[in-house]
Design a binder for this molecule. Structure first.
Ligand code: HEM
Length: 485
């Protein structure tokens, strides 16, 4: 009898001690419901709104659970840098839906050795994309010029919405790098196929229900919306990606100078057929679009809003263009170092636009220690980039648009380690160099010739935000374009 009592007391003591120990090593966070955790809280409002509110309550590192997955949310720039510099945090989450439509291939959602090799390969080749006859710079300059000649110049003085044309220009830059091809502005079928990934949103409403009850995926695809998503993915692969690969297979010189990203992949496949399967090649191509077109277009659309809302900023950028570039030639990437105000304007745009407010989730492949806490293996790590960018500790008066915060007393660019729109560390944005080149050449190319303003009586409300696939973008708006005198 005494022995049984002693064992029971022992068990109770052990449970209490282990709870205390785990409280000490685990960060604080909101309590969730059994099994589903906090997932319903996250469905009621925008994800980052909820995460930002919890950050105010629980601090720079906290945890919550969703469907059995523990999530750690970090909003301190040094902790984000520390976490993402570790190889242990380089995996991506896998869930049943992602594995159905996204597979675990490609650049953005792959993990482990496949990701490591594909990232190294893609970074190397994207960096070298002064390939073929035209360099990356001229590819972008050509698209800026086309936008000016075909869309802006013919519409001077009239209110126009440039969203679609901007999207075409950005898509064409990626398509040129990937396949040496170009889509016509009026080819709506091709454009739709290229941007079919937006269709993922149509599935979103059922996403949570299906995640909770994966057995629902056994229902006919038209019930869950899955048919539509698969169909759009297939369409994009069938109409554009697969024919492009086939064409390249017939014409590639496996030992010669690669013409584009597909050639690079085919050459790599001939050396390493296990890595570069056709499926993986398709996913890598798609990922450059998924990750590259909406992010860049949305940032540019925010940039034009800030320029319009702050005419004095627009004037200063134009003055710099006049002084450094003049009117006789298009702005070039080599001008960047002599145009600190323009660089600071782009940095401030990215800080305030927060187009990827919660970054992209990482998963720990091993347990790590961070900020005095233990993050177990298999946990999801979320970088709350928007909290960092809007923290007055790092950016005084964070709600004020002020490019000067990125300039020192001599007017030179003053980097700030808390600015991280492309994330940081081993999985940081693979297209950062391309995106930065695009932002600079589009903004300067347009302002070299035009001044922009909103149509009379229209003022863009900065809270008019549309969310798609985790991207925070402005709702559609019109601009009046005026030729500079
Ligand atoms: C202003 C434009 C852009 C922004 C703000 C942006 C931001 C980001 C962010 C926050 C991530 C997640 C990093 C992480 O997981 O920690 C990411 C990943 C990625 N981005 Fe970008 N991006 C932009 C443009 C581009 C472009 C133009 C491309 C290529 C054409 C691109 C390709 C990628 C890829 C492939 C990844 C996945 C990297 C990996 O998982 O290893 N991005 N980007």
């Amino acid at each position: 009898m005494w022995t049984v009592a002693a064992i029971l007391v022992g068990i109770v003591v052990l449970v209490v001690l282990s709870r205390r120990l785990s409280e000490k090593t685990s960060p604080p966070g909101p309590r969730g419901l059994p099994f589903i955790g906090n997932i319903l809280d996250l469905q009621r409002e925008r994800r980052e709104t909820v995460l930002l509110r919890w950050k105010e309550k629980y601090g720079p590192i906290y945890q919550f659970t969703s469907l059995g997955m523990t999530n750690f949310v970090i909003s301190d720039p040094d902790l984000i840098r520390e976490a993402f510099s570790k190889v242990e945090t380089t995996d991506r989450p896998t869930n049943i839906i992602f594995s159905l439509v996204m597979a675990d291939k490609g650049l953005v959602f792959s993990s482990g050795e496949l990701w490591k090799q594909s990232r190294r390969f893609s970074l190397h080749h994207l960096r070298n994309f002064g390939m073929g006859r035209s360099t990356l710079e001229t590819v972008i300059q050509d698209q800026v010029q086309e936008l000016i000649d075909d869309v802006l110049a013919p519409n001077v003085g009239k209110p126009i919405c440039i969203d679609h044309s901007l999207r075409v220009a950005v898509v064409n830059i990626i398509w040129r790098i990937v396949a040496s091809k170009k889509i016509d502005r009026t080819d709506t079928a091709a454009l739709q196929a290229m941007t079919s990934f937006d269709e993922f949103d149509s599935f979103k409403s059922l996403f949570i229900v299906v995640l909770m009850f994966p057995v629902l995926l056994r229902l006919p695809g038209w019930v869950t919306g899955m048919d539509k998503v698969r169909q759009r993915f297939r369409e994009s692969v069938k109409t554009l990606m697969r024919p492009a690969i086939q064409e390249h297979e017939e014409t590639v010189d496996l030992n010669g100078e690669p013409r584009d990203y597909i050639d690079c992949m085919l050459q790599e496949r001939s050396r390493n057929p296990e890595l570069f399967t056709k499926r993986h090649m398709l996913r890598c191509m798609m990922d450059l679009f998924i990750a590259g077109y909406d992010t860049t277009t949305s940032t540019l659309r925010w940039a034009f809003i800030y320029l319009t809302l702050h005419p004095e900023v627009q004037r200063k950028v134009q003055e710099e263009i006049t002084n450094v570039v003049g009117k006789e030639r298009p702005p070039a990437l080599s001008d960047r170092t002599r145009m600190p105000y323009t660089e600071a304007f782009i940095m401030e745009t990215q800080r305030m636009a927060n187009i990827a407010p919660t970054g992209v989730e990482h998963v720990t492949r091993e347990e790590i220690q961070l900020g005095g806490y233990t993050i177990p293996r298999g946990a999801q790590v979320i970088s709350l980039l928007m909290a960092v960018h809007m923290d007055e500790k790092h950016f005084p008066e964070p709600e004020v648009f002020r490019p000067e915060r990125f300039l020192d007393e001599q007017g030179r660019v003053k980097p700030n380690r808390a600015l991280m729109p492309f994330s940081v560390g081993k999985r940081s944005c693979l297209g950062e160099a391309l995106a930065r080149a695009e932002l600079f050449l589009f903004v300067t190319g347009l302002l070299q010739r035009f001044t922009i303003r909103f149509p009379d009586g229209f003022d863009h409300d900065l809270s008019c935000i549309e969310y798609k696939r985790l991207i925070r973008k402005p709702t559609e708006y019109h601009l009046v374009i005026m030729e500079n005198v």
